[in-house]
Design a protein around this ligand. Structure first.
Ligand SMILES: Cc1cc2nc3c(=O)[nH]c(=O)nc-3n(C[C@H](O)[C@H](O)[C@H](O)COP(=O)(O)OP(=O)(O)OC[C@H]3O[C@@H](n4cnc5c(N)ncnc54)[C@H](O)[C@@H]3O)c2cc1C
Ligand code: SF4
Length: 531
């Protein structure tokens, strides 16, 4: 009997559950002697989704490096490049007479279903031809701090779930930034009010650590360039993004170096300008660690512990240290927990009945004419990255105000972002960004006019639109769309007590001005569709 272990592309850790459980059961030597480990680099993923070029390079290069690391650790590894998962899996099962296939639970619901289908003889042609399908053994995911069951147990008593309660429970449960007597360190759980400073003139953050591509990455870059050229020759739309400069870390070792560089240069300053957006400063004090956490190169608990230890040793201001830990121990775990709690129908939510198609400039990553939007899109084109406030208050805010179809916009985010995965997209885009779930995640829509972007960014100074104007050809589109959004959904929004102030401001607008604003918004939407 040969035991098969299929390691998925976002499970790149020697401690991932399928490997770990087998070692725990048989011991290292026996586990390695009796098993073979499979990794599949499938270009078939592009039939479902046209990913950003840098995302493909990151994932495939990280997989190739991890396969080598497994081999060096003594595992028998089979690395397959294939045009589809089934094309690689089925011959491998036969070749090695695999009778048991061990897989760690995927982080994404659709992928779990796809794996089950691949091995179901009644559903899959190639599986049917096999004499004996292997027994599929799932291993509970260890990629997050909270298991799916633990999260569901935590959530059960609440009628309304809120991040703050979950986050405090996480701090207590994992003993992070706690003082004596179960009190939070510094006497406060939350320093958000200290972390919302507008950017002063000339604000610039420390440079992040970018890594030089090694020979493995260079080979993947060539493969991805080949795919791009092939698509062009076949008349297919090109994959988004640019490969001009690829600098993401592709090994655990280099991801750890990124962590240390973040601690040395940006941890202390993480807090104050967390919500700021500055032209030509795409990263500021952000950590740039989501791609590595999401691939399994880093585990969230080891990262939290390292940040806590380093921050306390360095005397990092608590608002900065608590600020970054809140993101990982709070938001990251919360959005993942909710993804599994809400179930598969969550993805179809559309509270405001938004149906507008995506403007072409989103797909083209530029050309909207709005300085804020084009800056963020240009940064995404270069690296597949934008920081949280750019995602929330420029991209998703626009989608919310303009009434873009939530499913189409979620798909767009998934294609464009270096760290995009189903589990993190759904709750962040459908829930936090678009309020398409009607308030399961956020207590009110994150809707904001140009005034917010002007206060928190440097973009408006270089924009052809006037951020103070609400209507007319020069008016900032975020302004006209904002008032139009409030007016369009007055009945629904009026029932939300947290929208009271905004709805009062809407009521104060005189009818002629509101008509002019709404006509400007309609013109913008019309142009955006044609663009
Ligand atoms: C509309 C929208 C789309 C998003 N899409 C993604 C996505 O595809 N993949 C992704 O990992 N995150 C996503 N996020 C969450 C967040 O914006 C990114 O995790 C963060 O910007 C990554 O950059 P960073 O590592 O520099 O983060 P930092 O700002 O330095 O934060 C540190 C870490 O906290 C975690 N984190 C912070 N906020 C969140 C959050 N809301 N949800 C989950 N993790 C969080 C990330 O792991 C991040 O690395 C999205 C947020 C919004 C509003
Ligand atoms: S004026 Fe409006 S469109 Fe232009 S950068 Fe500012 S917020 Fe964006």
């Amino acid at each position: 009997m040969t035991i098969g272990i299929w390691v998925l592309g976002d499970q790149l850790s020697l401690n991932q559950a399928a490997l770990h459980d087998l070692v725990a059961k048989l011991g290292v030597a026996e586990a390695q002697r009796r098993s073979r480990v499979l990794l599949i680099e499938s270009s078939g993923v592009l039939h479902q989704r046209a990913y950003h070029l840098q995302k493909l390079v990151l994932v495939w290069s990280a997989m190739r490096h991890f396969a080598a690391e497994l081999g060096e650790a003594g595992w028998h590894v089979d690395y397959r490049e294939a045009s589809g998962f089934a094309d690689a899996l089925q011959p491998w099962l036969v070749e090695h007479s695999i009778t048991e296939l061990h897989v760690m639970e995927p982080a994404e619901r659709p992928f779990r279903m796809a794996i089950s289908r691949l091995l179901d003889p009644s559903d899959n042609h190639q599986a049917r031809d096999r004499p004996l399908p292997p027994r599929l053994i799932w291993h509970a995911s260890t990629a997050f701090l909270w298991s799916r069951d633990d999260f569901a147990t935590w959530a059960r008593p609440y009628r309304q779930l809120r991040l703050e309660l979950f986050y405090r429970e996480g701090r207590r449960r994992f003993g992070v930034l706690m003082g004596p007597g179960g009190e939070p360190l510094g006497g406060q759980w939350n320093f958000d009010h200290d972390n919302r400073k507008s950017p002063p003139r000339g604000l610039s953050g420390p440079d992040p650590l970018w890594c030089e591509p090694d020979a493995v990455t260079v080979a993947v870059l060539a493969k991805v360039e080949g795919i791009q050229n092939g698509r062009r020759s076949a008349g297919l739309p090109p994959l988004p993004g640019s490969l001009e400069r690829f600098g993401w870390a592709v090994t655990r070792q280099s991801a750890l170096a990124v962590v240390e560089q973040f601690i040395a240069t940006r941890l202390d300053g993480f807090g104050p300008y967390q919500d700021a957006m500055v032209s030509a400063q795409p990263t500021l004090w952000h950590a740039l660690l989501s791609p590595y956490l999401n691939l399994g190169l880093l585990h969230p608990l080891e990262l939290i512990r390292r940040l806590e230890q380093a921050g306390l040793e360095r005397g990092t201001p608590l608002p900065s240290l608590e600020g970054v830990i809140r993101q990982i121990l709070g938001w990251r775990e919360y959005t993942n927990g909710l993804y599994w709690l809400f179930g598969p129908d969550y993805t179809e939510r559309n509270h405001f009945g938004a149906v507008a198609p995506l403007p072409a400039w989103l797909e083209q990553l530029g050309g909207s004419g709005m300085a804020c939007m084009d800056t963020v899109l240009g940064e995404i084109r270069a690296t597949g990255y934008a920081h949280h406030i750019q995602r929330l208050m420029v991209l998703a805010n626009y989608g919310l105000l303009a009434g873009l179809d939530p499913q189409a916009l979620t798909g767009w985010f998934h294609r464009q972002f270096i760290d995009g995965y189903d589990w993190v997209m759904q709750t962040n885009v459908i829930g936090m960004g678009l309020f398409a779930d009607g308030g399961l995640l956020a207590s009110k829509p994150y809707a904001a006019s140009g005034a917010y972007i002007n206060r928190m960014s440097t973009y408006c100074k270089g924009c052809r639109f006037n951020v103070k104007a609400r209507h007319g050809p020069d008016a900032c589109p975020f302004n006209s769309l904002y008032w139009d959004f409030l007016a369009r959904h007055q009945a629904q929004l009026g029932r939300n007590p947290r929208m009271g102030l905004m709805m009062k401001q809407l009521a104060k607008l005189d009818a002629a001005e509101l008509d002019a604003i709404r006509a400007t918004a309609a013109d913008h939407r019309q142009l955006a569709v044609q663009a």
